[in-house]
Write a protein that binds this ligand. Structure first.
Ligand code: XMP
Length: 517
């Protein structure tokens, strides 16, 4: 793989995605992983990401000279570019000049190496304080910006290169060209990563893991579990049995919708199991978000185990051969749940950090290394209908993490009614494919005074959280039309008697996450 070394940049995942878009498999590793362990992964190239630190501060991550002596091509970005310059004997100066946002990079070498095919002056996206004032020996300077005398350099012999700007963001007009030029022309890599290859590889892997045994899969109606099921079905056919767990945390009409979608389009038989009592029982009295997530994760597994026992009874054997469980876990779930080797645990996604330790299943997770856009593409190639592939995300823990406070049937019913109104109006206004998703959140622990008719009310607020995003790693709040917001607000406060206030969440991610819990 190409290893993307994460120096704490919010951009590291984006870099990994861009490398895959170029047709090369990439993986994220934390900067504190030892050089020995990095090299043990047999990297085809290493990319050092940007990060919030200054190479001057004490205790900030430094480069390891050994990394540059292994004969592996290295590309540095922003902070990674400075680390590289410093480690190899160049000079990083505290210029006091900060460059942030769009700026012009001007090419300054006769042979532009990995910047070949890009204009003499180009728009690039910057975010730095220090800058490289002198390139290390053996390097040629390729570009400059107003705030950086050395904004790009290359040493073609050793296959080293780097840029001060962020080639991975779309605001850098020729970022992808530069990245691909480096990977293919300087580092000499080949394109080997395509959705067709992923499917072939995963099908083979699933067959090897599962053998003749039987597999169960819990479908949620969403993209990830559907595509995971389609992959496993392609690999082992009728050895797969699919369930849909109604955990009582679904939106209005969702169960019926999902049943119909799978029956009519996926060609996979799905058995619905009502487990709402089990989940609501387990959630009683819990208000702390991680505790909720853990409880939901645990009850999911207990439900699957119940489904497994039922299947075994029906089959009339001892059932020892039903030990596999399919999950649609994605790469960002793994990274955000702290599974990405050294990453911080932001939230325990129900299918990663929320699993109980005494789980009886061996997991089949064919999407564990993939990003959402790759999963959608694979889904399309496998014939998963567009309606499911393009569906807005809905978290596995469902409305359980959208009731702030206790997840009781009463609170869920209030939220379901408000959510149904918001969704109906968003669809009517043709907003569904313009936003990423719009969580509707009930603040069950908060009350405010209102007036309705002639009387005082003391009700709960509903929060609307419309967001736009490319990959859910970062997001911005969507600027919905005021008239639409007014309509939603009016209807919710009129039709849901417990709610007397509707508020709009205008926070990006970071610092907020998309869901409230
Ligand atoms: P956050 O709240 O972490 O959400 O910014 C990012 C995206 O992930 C969804 N989400 C989940 N999906 N299981 C899921 O399947 C979970 O536990 C979970 N938590 C959040 C969320 O809806 C958003 O699209």
């Amino acid at each position: 793989p190409v290893l993307v070394v994460d120096y704490g940049a919010q951009y590291a995942q984006l870099i990994a995605r861009r490398v895959r878009e170029a047709g090369v498999y990439s993986e994220l590793v934390p900067h504190n992983l030892s050089t020995e362990k990095m090299l043990a992964k047999n990297p085809a190239a290493i990319i050092l990401s940007g990060g919030p630190s200054s190479v001057y501060e004490e205790g900030t991550p430094k480069g390891d000279p050994a990394l540059f002596e292994a004969g592996v091509p290295v590309f540095g970005i922003c902070y990674g570019f400075q680390v590289m310059a410093q480690t190899l004997g160049g000079t990083v100066a505290k210029t006091g000049l900060r460059e942030y946002g769009a700026t012009d990079a001007v090419l300054c070498a006769e042979d532009s190496s990995f910047l070949t095919g890009t204009p003499a002056t180009q728009n690039v996206w910057m975010s730095h304080g220090d800058s490289v004032s002198e390139a290390p020996e053996g390097f040629r300077v390729l570009a400059q910006t107003p705030g950086a005398a050395v904004a790009a350099f290359v040493d073609e012999e050793r296959k080293f290169g780097g840029v001060q700007w962020h080639p991975e963001v779309k605001h850098s007009d020729y970022g992808q060209v530069a990245l691909e030029n480096f990977l293919f022309n300087v580092a000499g890599l080949e394109k080997t990563w395509s959705t067709a290859n992923i499917i072939e590889e995963q099908v083979a892997k699933i067959r090897e893991q599962v053998g003749e045994d039987r597999v169960i899969c819990a479908l949620s109606g969403g993209v990830d579990s559907s595509v995971a099921a389609a992959l496993v079905h392609k690999a082992v056919g009728d050895q797969l049995t699919c369930f849909f767990i109604d955990h009582g945390l679904l939106r209005a009409g969702e169960r019926e919708q999902v049943e119909e979608d799978y029956a009519t389009t996926m060609g996979i038989k799905v058995v619905t199991i009502d487990e709402s009592e089990r989940f609501l029982g387990a959630l009683a009295g819990i208000t702390e978000p991680e505790a909720k997530r853990k409880a939901i994760g645990r009850e999911f597994i207990r439900s699957f185990e119940a489904a497994q026992r039922k299947l075994i009874e029906e089959a009339g054997n001892d059932g020892a051969d039903i030990k596999f469980l399919v999950q649609g876990t994605l790469y960002p779930d793994v990274v955000e749940s702290g599974g990405g080797e050294g990453a911080a645990n932001i939230k325990s996604h129900h299918n990663v950090g929320g699993l109980p330790e005494d789980m009886q299943f061996e997991l089949v997770e064919p999407l564990r290394t993939l990003f959402k856009d790759e999963v959608r593409e694979i889904g399309r190639q496998l014939g998963v209908p567009e309606k499911i592939v393009a569906r807005q995300p809905f978290p596995g823990p469902g409305l359980g993490i959208r009731v702030i406070g206790e997840v009781s049937k009463h609170n869920l019913d209030i939220l379901r009614a408000a959510d149904a109104i918001a969704r109906e109006e968003l669809t009517k206004a043709d907003m569904d494919d313009k936003i990423w998703q719009c969580p509707v959140v009930l603040l069950a622990d908060v009350r405010s005074v209102g007036v309705q008719g002639d009387g005082r009310t003391y009700g709960h607020p509903i929060v609307l959280r419309p967001v736009s995003s490319e990959d859910a790693m970062t997001a911005d709040w969507s600027r919905l039309p005021y008239d639409l917001l007014a309509k939603i607000s009016n209807r919710i406060t009129n039709e849901v008697s417990e709610v007397n206030r509707v508020v709009l969440d205008v926070t990006s991610k970071p610092p907020g996450t998309i869901e409230w819990e």
